[in-house]
Design a protein around this ligand. Structure first.
Ligand SMILES: Nc1nc2c(c(=O)[nH]1)N[C@H]1C(S)=C(S)[C@@H](COP(=O)(O)O)O[C@H]1N2
Ligand SMILES: [Mo]
Length: 336
């Protein structure tokens, strides 16, 4: 126990302040110990919060001017946010839903003008740390000061309030925005902006795989409801793609029989909680990388989590079909 306590020397110093001749009682020791643990946890949590903000990045992907995705770090975001304010209610701050807050941040229009091919697309999709996504019309983003806020009433935005980067709409100044964009469009902890839709580019072990490569594999079609609801019909739809196990066979990269594969999507959340499937799971039922949907086999837009989504056939055993469908699949890593 004592060994795990980072403040142990301090605790001992406190114990010894009154001279170390009088032994503290076990109860007194227990109080000090609990105190120190609590203080220690708070320091660790405060540091984590500070680090979280200064280490936050915003990726801009899809139809960018350079054709490549780019990443803005925190100092760059701060520099872009110097003097832009949006004074609005915050409908997600349910305890203060009437109050008008002073948000400071980066107007999305500035990011689009600077980094995106604005004439080529209609949609811009925001992806958040927790894999939440919301899609807006680019003309609205160019017309209204919809903003990625970095501070609220002059304070950094706490994680619990949607920080460090919170997509806010100028509801108070432009009430008409409320009709088109409701509270579900306000996005907490935004980590990615996708202009239009990206092209398929998967990292699979040592390989980079594009759509042409996936199209050479046997195509499988499922007909079922989608495992996440955003932007999809709630009825059954056709989903076409390739079996995960066929991907590894075709790359001549057999998965370890006792191991499996880790699947990560765009959201940073997958770094801590990737979806893991065993080689046995993949043999058991159809687990697909879906690239097309509907009768006319349309490509999957960013609005629907595309270009590549991980899908489980409803024929899979419940322990598999209950797993999270991964949107914006980017990386498949074999594991022993
Ligand atoms: N990152 C992120 N932003 C989000 C959500 C979410 O789950 N994650 N939920 C949306 C929805 S549907 C609503 S109604 C509001 C409030 O969500 P809450 O009730 O889960 O706080 O935040 C929106 N923004
Ligand atoms: Mo919601």
């Amino acid at each position: 126990m004592w060994k795990n306590l980072a403040l142990t020397p301090l605790v001992i110093a406190i114990i010894c302040l009154g001279g170390c001749t009088n032994q503290p009682t076990d109860e007194q020791l227990e109080v000090w110990r609990t105190d120190a643990i609590a203080r220690n946890a708070k320091i660790v949590a405060d540091n984590a919060k500070k680090a979280e903000q200064s280490q936050w990045n915003l990726a801009i992907q899809g139809e960018t001017r350079t054709g490549k995705s780019l990443k803005l770090n925190w100092p760059q975001l701060q520099a872009l946010a110097t003097n832009h304010h949006v004074k609005t209610v915050d409908p997600l701050d349910i305890l203060h839903s009437k109050e008008i807050f002073d948000f400071r941040g980066v107007p999305v229009s500035v990011l689009l003008q600077q980094f995106a091919l604005v004439n080529d697309v209609t949609d811009v999709t925001f992806v958040s740390f927790d894999s939440y996504q919301t899609t807006l019309n680019i003309q609205d983003l160019l017309k209204y000061p919809i903003t990625l806020a970095i501070s609220k009433n002059n304070k950094p935005i706490a994680r619990a309030q949607g920080g460090p980067l919170y997509l806010v709409f100028p509801y108070t100044q432009y009430p008409q925005l409320k009709q088109k964009y409701d509270t579900s469009n306000w996005a907490f902890y935004v980590s990615h902006i996708i202009v239009g839709t990206e092209s398929v580019n998967l990292r699979i072990g040592k390989h980079q795989v594009n759509l042409a490569t996936l199209d050479q594999l046997p195509q499988v079609t499922l007909e079922q409801t989608v495992g996440y609801r955003i932007s999809w019909p709630s009825s059954k739809v056709k989903l076409s793609g390739v079996r995960l196990r066929d991907v590894f066979t075709s790359l001549q990269q057999p998965l370890p029989p006792q191991g499996g594969v880790i699947i990560r999507g765009k959201a940073p959340f997958y770094n801590d909680s990737p979806v893991r499937l065993s080689t046995k799971d993949l043999a058991e039922c159809d687990i697909l990388l879906v690239t097309r949907w509907g009768e006319s086999r349309e490509l999957i837009p960013a609005k629907m989590g595309g270009p590549v989504t991980l899908a489980f056939s409803s024929q899979c055993p419940t322990k598999i079909s209950q797993l999270r469908w991964v949107t914006f699949v980017e990386e498949l890593t074999p594991t022993p």
